[in-house]
Design a protein around this ligand. Sequence first.
Ligand code: FPP
Ligand code: MG
Length: 296
Amino acid sequence: MNFKTYSSEWVALVDAGIEQSLNHYRKTASQRFAPLIEAMEYSLSGGGKRFRPMLTLATAQCLGIDPQEVLPAALAVEYIHTYSLIHDDLPALDDDDTRRGKPSSHKKFGEAVAILAGDALLTEAFGLLGRLQEQKKFSPAHVLSALDLLVSAAGVRGLVGGQFIDITLEQTQFNLPEVEFIHIHKTGAMIVASVLLPARLSGLDEKNSLLLKRYGSALGLAFQISDDILDAQSSGRYARGPRKKARPAYSELMNRAEMQDLLDQLIQTAIESVEPWGDKSQALRDIAEFIRHRKY
Ligand code: FPP
Ligand code: MG
């Protein structure tokens, strides 16, 4: 099966999982929370690529696990990613009126509801992961280990920490180690976690987990560079409002050819890291190639 076919199947699986979880909240929560769930749904179904959940499903396949079995973990990373975008767009942070070509959450629902929709998504993400225990497929110790990984990736040692440095760093401090530090935490940590969740859930040994971690770390930085290349190409893609300062982006420090070089090196590292799995890592390698060439 080619990448286009299974990736659209996996996106459909993720979309259906999201819909099912939202319906579960609708069924089990008071009717009065419906507008909050609507705000969660607005951002969850806002046209994201589902890149992180795809990674989780692809690693599962690489490890011989049915992707369907790790779906709650894949949804959990998409929930956390979505909350981070909602909060990132708020006036106190990036102050973006639009996201993926549509009004950002706070423009559509107001700041208070946007903050709460983000809070709910973050909290429910851990609920989704915890529910893996009910399946009896993964041992409680392995589910806890996966939870621990996601906490590190999403919290002060990962996404939130990276965002903190991004927000507080002065432009005069932009240099390659600083920019890398930010992206390893802000973007990379959740990408590494997306890859490693099935490894934790299945109790994969350390040597093989390290190979997957190398894949995820290289891909995480590659993803950010490809983002900066796209950003530099199209003014307006993530257009910033008038009061916005320069971002700690690779494009502040390198020209287009240098960025492309670094991107190619990182993609190469990612691909080599998962070659030992042979055909089973085809999806992980296809995703890396997708990042090298992505147009959106
Ligand atoms: C685009 O992802 C997003 C990133 C490259 C990560 C940006 C990180 C933040 C905004 C951190 C915010 C953190 C907090 C705590 C507020 P994508 O291209 O996969 O987006 P898509 O889902 O639209 O495809
Ligand atoms: Mg932003």
